[in-house]
Design a protein around this ligand. Structure first.
Ligand code: RB5
Length: 146
């Protein structure tokens, strides 16, 4: 899979760990930064990652900030993006099966690296179920284009 990944300073360390996992799993990725612990504004990373995923340049995106919340709110402003905050294994699976989420967000200040890497692996490995869930996703897409 081709993955776009990005973080603000609050998610910078976890991003490095996740990149290690992506390499181990053999996924292609592009790191959209940030590349240091210096403070930045999370929309400056979230929006380029979300636009690249929405444009079809990447299959999925992963965004990390301190909580996973701000970076997810910003990503969800981009049409075509369904960014989901994932901090537990049930949600990691369910948001792929039910919401066809195309971006996963996490908070480095919320989850430890061990759990975070498990969540990424689960989220990447779970397919959308379609069926009744397609109607719901289609309604959100229709709203975005009206
Ligand atoms: C940065 O201090 C922090 O506000 C940011 O990483 C994130 O948690 C915002 O939602």
């Amino acid at each position: 899979m081709k993955i776009a990944i990005g973080a603000d300073h609050g998610g910078f360390n976890l991003k490095k760990e996740i990149i290690g996992l992506l390499e181990e799993l053999g996924h292609e990725y592009k790191d959209f930064g940030t590349h240091s612990a210096e403070s930045i504004d999370y929309p400056d990373v979230a929006i380029p990652v979300a636009e690249a995923v929405a444009a079809g340049e990447f299959d999925r995106g992963i965004l990390i900030c301190g909580t996973g919340i701000g970076i997810g709110i910003a990503a969800n402003k981009v049409k075509g993006i369904r960014a989901a905050l994932v901090h537990d294994s049930f949600s990691a699976k369910a948001t792929r099966q039910h919401n066809d989420s195309n971006i996963m967000t996490m908070g480095e200040r919320v989850v430890g690296p061990g759990l975070a890497l498990d969540l990424v692996a689960t989220w990447l490995d779970t397919d959308f179920e379609g069926g009744r869930h397609s109607n719901r996703v289609d309604k959100m897409s229709a709203y975005e284009t009206k």
